[in-house]
Design a protein around this ligand. Structure first.
Ligand SMILES: NC(=O)c1ccc[n+]([C@@H]2O[C@H](COP(=O)([O-])OP(=O)(O)OC[C@H]3O[C@@H](n4cnc5c(N)ncnc54)[C@H](O)[C@@H]3O)[C@@H](O)[C@H]2O)c1
Length: 328
């Protein structure tokens, strides 16, 4: 299959491209704007074509979609904290970008899979969200992602475009930009920097190893029914502080590095996805959190060449603004 993968130079997109080329022999064209989170290095071991451009640019999309059998859209602004500080790029990419992609997919008559998030449902105290749960996003990030999901579904209803939506839970694994909880804690622990934990650390997340999500997206692309939404949740739930304590054990850092900091405004307490629908389609997560977190810590230990340029670049300034202190 020939795939156009938008946002394929980011964390999940690059893992998806690796899985599709390695395990399925797909031809892949990556279209990516290369924001701070997108890096050509993430794909240097994978054969692919690369188009440098934005999904909101109709010319770039028209060029990149030529000959594709399907489009998979990962392109997004993905950090909730940045969406609170500077929401405009989130609106542009998620609203306008998704619209341009939908129009191009419609003109080219190809299937489009939108990669979405459990955050569109908001927080849930008990039980799990199904695909029929109402959308109640809390942040500019999740609200603009929810808007994109609705627009995608409307193109199936109105124009008969074959659309699919995969809503994933919190991903972790290799190639994740260190602003996110797990790589942030691993790199700070390895450097002996404080480990900033929001609020009381009891926010609960449903952790999904990135290769499991990548396989799930491919599975839905091949077997999903047009117009349908599929939740793709991880096998384990954990509080943030449990995750941080496990990282401390695996890196040999000191517990005294934990520092509780002022909570994020509108911070969702708990996410939980019911994934029966995608399981019925034949997908299962393969990596439990206990194993995935060990693999992830090992990867960051070994790939100093990957994260050192990030930790000494734009990320330093972001970290200082966000946490009011410098990295070591
Ligand atoms: N990380 C998670 O835990 C998680 C969980 C569920 C769903 N998701 C969703 O998965 C997708 C990918 O997330 P990620 O964590 O890999 O993000 P990421 O921030 O690592 O990567 C995003 C990629 O999109 C590119 N991009 C951004 N704006 C673009 C634009 N306008 N045009 C073209 N390219 C653009 C960036 O350069 C980057 O390569 C997102 O849609 C996100 O909402 C993420």
């Amino acid at each position: 299959m020939r795939l156009l993968v938008c946002g394929g130079a980011g964390f999940i997109g690059s893992n998806f491209v690796r899985v599709r080329v390695r395990d399925h022999g797909d031809d892949v064209v990556v279209l990516d704007k290369l924001t701070y989170a997108g890096r050509r290095e993430n794909l240097e071991d994978v054969e692919h074509e690369f188009v440098h451009g934005a999904i909101e640019d109709p010319r770039a999309v028209t060029e990149a979609i030529r000959g594709a059998d399907a489009v998979v859209n990962f392109a997004a602004e993905t950090h909730v904290d940045r969406s609170i500080a500077e929401p405009d790029a989130f609106v542009r990419t998620h609203a306008l970008g998704t619209y341009v992609l939908l129009e191009s997919a419609r003109a080219a008559r190809v299937r489009l899979l939108q990669v979405s998030t459990d955050e569109v449902y908001g927080s849930i105290a008990e039980g799990s969200f199904t695909e029929r749960s109402p959308l109640q996003p809390s942040s500019p990030y999740s609200a603009t992602k929810a808007g994109a999901d609705l627009l995608v579904s409307s193109y199936c209803e109105t124009f008969g475009l074959e659309t699919l939506i995969c809503r994933g839970s919190n991903n972790y694994g290799p190639y994740q930009y260190p602003e996110k909880l797990i790589p942030l804690m691993i790199l700070n622990a390895l450097h002996g920097d404080p480990l900033p934990v929001y609020g009381d650390g009891l926010n609960v997340r449903n952790w999904l190893y990135v290769e499991d999500f990548a396989r799930g997206i491919g599975h839905v692309l091949e077997h999903g029914a047009p117009g349908e939404v599929y939740n793709v949740g991880g096998p384990d739930e954990s509080t943030n502080i449990e995750v941080v304590r496990r990282i401390i054990e695996l890196t040999g850092a000191d517990e005294s590095l934990i520092e509780y900091v002022t909570d994020r405004p509108g911070h969702d307490r708990r996410y939980s996805l019911g994934s029966e629908k995608v399981r019925a389609l034949g997908w299962e997560p393969e990596v439990r959190f206990a194993e995935g977190i060990e693999r992830t810590v090992d990867w960051y230990r070994e790939r100093r060449d990957w994260w050192e340029p990030i930790r000494s670049g734009e990320y330093r300034a972001f970290y200082e603004r966000q946490y009011g202190r410098a990295l070591s």
